[in-house]
Design a protein around this ligand. Structure first.
Ligand SMILES: Nc1nc2c(ncn2[C@@H]2O[C@H](COP(=O)(O)OP(=O)(O)O)[C@@H](O)[C@H]2O)c(=O)[nH]1
Ligand SMILES: [Mg+2]
Length: 339
């Protein structure tokens, strides 16, 4: 299990101050107090939405602020309320006040809303302070501050895309080039190397979780077992990206290298071997890459589409993201959301 975490401050709007005013009309020189009430401050609200898949949109923010209420006006006019700030969060977000174990809320249902910080009440204007013996009140209330909290948000993630390939294919390099954030890995008893993972922003509000699965193939080689929990987790990975070094330094054949991994994958997990996948040739900026790529494409013709990138120079990466976005319905299979 991977955990996406964000720490963020939320600040609701302050209530507007009450107003001190008196009616001044030609024939009513002492027309009485008429100061309006301040408007309430806006709330900060979290709402579960299918538009977001991770907490990535919140990484770039420090503070989420709702609008303040407007002060009351003369002639008993109430101030306008501040607008609520509605923040979209993915299903499965657990919200805690920083430093507390007990969750503030556990947001699971699409559309579910929770006010994480309530706006302050507006203050009353002087119209409310008049009594029979106190006809020209100058009292008013100031608006109350909105709630301000430091929150910790946590989301359990499933990898949407698993990166596979021989050691040195460039998996780590590719992942670091594409990821916009690096979630934490929950404490699994890994028997091999820890997987790396990143959130990849595909644009168009789609974010996917990409996991490098280094232990997968190397582990299969040695017959080393990954933890059951971890295996269950990666078997929910809905899509595989097989990365191939198109100019291997040892002079080996990229087609054979590709077949080797595919064979091991079947031996390792039939569930995973059935996953849809995309084949990506890496290191295409190197000399000799072009001929190898042509041969490679020919060998895989009719079986897999082959994209070509250089994780080192960035060549081909925008096309790769575009292609992943186009295939994002396959990346988000029902299994991927079924926690
Ligand atoms: N020339 C070239 N080298 C690359 C490219 N991508 C990765 N490498 C290098 O290949 C080596 C293995 O990369 P790494 O990401 O660690 O591979 P991994 O074992 O699959 O995670 C490193 O020395 C990288 O710098 C690329 O596009 N072009
Ligand atoms: Mg690596």
């Amino acid at each position: 299990m991977f955990i996406d975490e964000v720490e963020i401050r939320v600040k609701a709007g302050k209530g507007g101050n009450g107003c001190v005013a008196f009616i001044r009309e030609k024939f009513r020189p002492w027309g009485g107090p008429a100061g309006g009430d301040g408007g309430a401050g806006g709330d900060v609200v979290f709402q579960v939405s299918t538009n977001v898949d991770t907490l990535l949109p919140l990484y770039r923010k420090r503070i989420l602020r709702a609008e303040n209420g407007k002060p009351g006006g003369a002639k008993n006019c109430s101030g306008k309320s501040g607008k609520d700030l509605v923040v979209q969060v993915p299903a499965g977000t657990i919200v805690r006040v920083q430093g507390r174990d007990e969750p503030l809320c556990d947001l699971t249902e699409i559309g579910q809303r929770f006010v994480v910080a309530a706006g302050g009440k507006g203050g009353r204007g002087n119209q409310h302070f008049a009594t029979s013996t106190h006809q020209t009140p100058h009292e008013f209330e100031v608006g109350k501050d909105g709630e301000e909290l430091d929150l910790h948000l946590e989301l359990k993630l499933i990898a949407d895309v698993g990166l596979i390939g021989l050691p040195n294919a460039g998996k780590s390099t590719l992942l670091s080039r594409l990821s916009a954030a690096t979630p934490r890995i929950a404490p699994y008893p890994f028997t091999t190397k820890e997987p790396q993972l990143g959130i990849v922003d595909l644009g168009g509000f789609r974010q996917i979780v990409m996991a490098d699965l280094p232990g997968l193939i190397e582990g299969a080689h040695r017959g080393a077992g990954l933890g059951d929990e971890f295996l269950k987790h990666i078997e929910r990975t809905s899509f595989l990206l097989h990365l191939v070094d198109i100019v291997p330094p040892d002079g080996s054949d990229p087609v054979e290298n590709f077949n080797l991994i595919e064979r091991e994958l079947v031996l390792y997990s039939e569930v995973l071997a059935k996953r849809p996948r995309m084949v990506v040739a890496n290191k295409i900026e190197m000399t000799g890459a072009e001929e190898n790529l042509a041969r490679f494409r020919e060998a895989l013709a009719g079986q897999h589409e082959v994209l070509a990138v250089s994780a080192a120079t960035g060549q081909g990466l925008p096309d790769l993201l575009k292609r992943l976005l186009e295939r994002s319905s396959e990346l988000k299979g029902p299994s991927a959301k079924a926690w």
